[in-house]
Design a protein around this ligand. Structure first.
Ligand code: FES
Length: 125
């Protein structure tokens, strides 16, 4: 097993956080990883105070993509709409606490949720 598959990533793969559909999301988008055919659908709900009250995802993918989606959806909760607009891919990658600089295919997996998030936010604005 590759070193990058740390135990917490495997745990999140087996028991993903924030996994499920959402009724009437404020933001929604679906995006696929062209190299493997996996995809993620992301849902974000903004409350009346302009903050993320709920963030969820569905879809299938490898351990890294599912762990990243679990962590990133949790990271979004409580953020204001203004804060959403300045989140970077490095913020997303930092949540995984692994270095994927030398592994571009795994990098795509890790960033699938971020790319889906950007698509959702860009569609709305
Ligand atoms: Fe498909 Fe990682 S192999 S998302």
């Amino acid at each position: 097993m590759e070193e990058i598959y740390q135990q917490f990533i495997i745990d999140l793969y087996k028991n993903p956080l924030n996994f499920g559909k959402m009724e009437e999301p404020t933001y929604r988008a679906e995006l696929g990883n062209a190299t493997c055919g996996d995809s993620i659908e992301l849902f974000i709900k903004i409350d009346s105070n302009g903050k993320v009250s709920e963030s969820k995802f569905i879809g299938k993918g490898c351990a890294i993509s599912q762990a990243s989606a679990s962590l990133f959806t949790g990271y979004l909760k409580g953020k204001s709409v203004e804060q959403l607009n300045i989140i970077t891919k490095d913020d997303c990658l930092a949540l995984l606490k692994i270095n994927l600089d030398k592994n571009p295919s795994r990098m795509r997996c890790a960033l699938l949720v971020f790319d889906t998030f950007k698509k959702a936010v860009d569609q709305k604005s």
